[in-house]
Design a binder for this molecule. Sequence first.
Ligand SMILES: [Zn+2]
Ligand SMILES: [Zn+2]
Length: 249
Amino acid sequence: MNRRDIRHYLKLSGKIILDGIYPRGCVVCGSPLEFDKRDHPERTHEECMEFLKPVDGPVCCKCGKKINADETRCSDCKGTERIFDGAVSVFEYNNAIKESIYRFKYKNKREYASAFAYMIAKNQKRIIEHWQPDVVIPVPMHPDKKKVRGYDQAEILAKETADIFRIRMDGDTLVRKKQTVPQKELSTKKRYMNLEGAFEARKSLKGKKVLLIDDIYTTGATFDSCAHVLKRAGAEKVYGASLCIGRVM
Ligand SMILES: [Zn+2]
Ligand SMILES: [Zn+2]
C-alpha cells in the first residue's frame, strides 16, 4: 500500500464509521438511506425524487421561472429592468423542497449542499457552461447571522457548485453589510427598498463573469441588488442559479 492508498483507505473507513454513527439521511424525507445509496450524489430515495418538481416547459428568458407558452417573460420580469443577465433554477417551490431547505438552513444539514449542487449541475449544466462564469459568488449572509448559525448555507452550496464546474468560489468579495428584514415578509417593491445598501463589493471584479448562487429565488430582488454592486465593481456579466424558484416561503 502506498501513501495515496493509505490516505484513501483512511478516508473511506472514516466515512464508513461516520455513516454508522450518523446515518446519512435522504435529502427529501430525512430518513436514512440504504447503504448503497449513501454515496450517490443525489442522496435521495428514488421514490422521494418524485416529490421534487423540476422546472420544465417554457421558462422566462430572464429569470427561469415557469411561464405560459405564449409568453417570453414572467410577470415579474416584464415590469422590471433586470440588472442580472440571466438566471436558472432547478425545482418549483413546493413543500418537499421547502422542508429540505429548512433542514439545510436551520438543522445543520450542511451535507445537503453537495446533493443540491449536483442537482443544479445536472439540470442546468448546459446553460451555466454557456455563460462561462469566471467566478462563483454566494448571496452573502450578514456576518452576525453567520456567527449565530455557524455557517452560511449559500456559501457552502456555492462552494460545492463551483467545485463541480471547476470554477473558483469567492466568498469574500461580496458582503452583506446591513441586517435586513426577511424578504418573505415583504411586497416586491418593499423587497428592493429593504435591500438598498445591503450589499457591498470589497474588491474589483473588472471584466469578470459572475455566477451568483442562492438557495431560493422568489422575485429576483436579491439577485438584482447583488448584480447592481457587482457591476459597479466592474463585473461584465452577472448570472444567477438557485435550487428552487417560486412563491414566497
Ligand atoms: Zn427519502
Ligand atoms: Zn422572469
